[in-house]
Design a protein around this ligand. Structure first.
Ligand SMILES: NC(=O)c1ccc[n+]([C@@H]2O[C@H](COP(=O)([O-])OP(=O)(O)OC[C@H]3O[C@@H](n4cnc5c(N)ncnc54)[C@H](O)[C@@H]3O)[C@@H](O)[C@H]2O)c1
Ligand SMILES: O=C(O)[C@H]1O[C@H](OP(=O)(O)OP(=O)(O)OC[C@H]2O[C@@H](n3ccc(=O)[nH]c3=O)[C@H](O)[C@@H]2O)[C@H](O)[C@@H](O)[C@@H]1O
Length: 345
């Protein structure tokens, strides 16, 4: 019987195992944490990647199908030894070895998520199932970027995480808001059934540099319109409200949530609340006082009010946003000027 065999079935190895590749000890492999970011070529994802890459102990893998994201957002990392970019659609299974998963992949602007609603549902449901399956196989911690849209057209204001929402299940926005609600359910079922370490962030309207110029969301629309000298299109009635969070604050919140001890769901957003008419007037005043503000028709099921209750984020993550709308808009203006080629007079 072999001396080192516990059950007697094993042969004593006659040959020692091969040495690991010498590359195993190079700088490339010395990271402590390998992190997957799905949707990392998008707006929030690329800012998250920037922040994760600042830490030399992190190795970052991005997967994206480039539906609304772009390699351009990640160009400073392409070729970096701790960075890898892969064209991949999350509705297909993925085999990679990672310690953490930030799962962002999903079109976020209403014009894009409504463009192919069935695909949006597949991305939210099958995409999240695939990422949870990966997390289960690896024992990895997974964070989902859910949304304030799970509250629908809210009847409670501001919205705490305990509010179950007011969502139209058959409307044109349902592919996104019901899709995210199922994604949250899947996260908690995998947690309860399989013990997966989960984190769920409910993000409220976030803005900043790198949003697509023709993204269709309100802040990017107004800034692009102001710079092009076109009327700012306020969708009626203009009294509907949103609360806008600058992207650096949001990324800080996501990382705190991932690194902390709480599953969530946790609201991440800036409680400063504005009507769309107020937003248009602010953009006009800061960027181009000559443009006109024009009232246009709205889209179905547009939520009338939205403001996060961030008590939980403050208490559990020690997080609150720092950048006020009036300070964030000029930072975004600078980026849009560069990309549109419009100089400041
Ligand atoms: N920006 C916000 O205000 C906001 C608010 C709430 C929630 N969120 C959530 O945050 C995440 C990122 O939003 P964003 O504003 O950066 O949007 P974005 O559209 O800029 O980024 C989404 C990224 O996901 C990719 N993607 C889409 N479908 C995919 C698929 N099937 N497979 C692989 N990649 C896919 C896109 O190409 C893009 O790079 C989304 O999950 C969104 O629902 C954003
Ligand atoms: O933060 C959230 O939870 C969600 O918010 C947004 O959805 P929405 O608030 O409808 O975002 P916008 O399309 O930017 O619209 C905001 C408001 O601006 C108005 N709007 C939009 C565009 C425009 O040109 N003018 C205008 O007045 C809309 O009617 C709406 O009332 C995002 O698009 C979602 O991805 C995200 O999940």
């Amino acid at each position: 019987m072999a001396a080192n065999s516990s059950n007697g079935d094993h042969q004593t190895p006659t040959k020692s195992p091969p040495l690991p590749s010498p590359l195993r000890f190079s700088k490339f492999f010395q990271s402590n944490m390998r992190i997957l970011v799905t949707g990392g070529a998008g707006f929030i994802g690329s800012h998250l990647v920037d922040r994760l890459m600042e830490n030399e102990k992190n190795e970052v893998i991005v997967v994206d199908n480039y539906f609304t994201g772009s390699k351009d957002n990640l160009k400073k990392w392409i070729g970096h030894p701790r960075f890898e970019l892969k064209r991949h659609d999350v509705t297909e299974p993925l085999l990679v070895e990672v310690d953490q998963i930030y799962h962002l992949a999903c079109p976020a602007s209403p014009i894009f998520y409504k463009y192919n609603p069935v695909k949006t549902i597949k991305t939210n449901v099958i995409g999240t199932l695939n990422m949870l399956g990966l997390a289960k196989r690896l024992g990895a911690r997974i964070l989902l970027t859910s949304t304030s849209e799970v509250y629908g057209d809210p009847l409670v204001h501001p919205q705490p995480e305990t509010y179950w929402g007011n969502v139209n299940p058959i409307g044109v926005r349902s592919c996104y808001d019901e899709g995210k609600r199922v994604a949250e359910t899947l996260m908690f079922d995998y947690h309860r059934q399989h013990g997966i370490e989960i984190r769920v962030a409910r993000i409220f309207n976030t803005y900043g540099p790198r949003m697509n110029i023709d993204d269709g969301r309100v802040v990017s629309n107004f800034i692009a319109q102001a710079l092009r000298g076109e009327p700012l299109t306020v969708q009626s009635p203009g009294t509907q409200t949103r609360s806008f969070c600058y992207v650096s604050d949001l990324v800080d919140g996501l990382i705190r949530l991932m690194e902390g001890e709480h599953t969530g769901p946790i609201n991440l957003g800036n409680p400063g609340e504005f009507t769309m008419t107020e937003l248009a007037e602010t953009v006009k005043e800061l960027i181009n006082p000559k443009v006109e503000v024009k009232m246009v028709e709205n889209t179905p099921d547009d939520p009338r009010q939205r403001k996060p209750d961030i008590t939980k984020a403050k208490e559990l993550l020690g997080w609150e946003p720092k950048v006020k709308l009036r300070d964030g808009l000029p930072l975004m203006e600078e980026d849009f000027r560069l990309r549109l080629g419009v100089d400041k007079n």
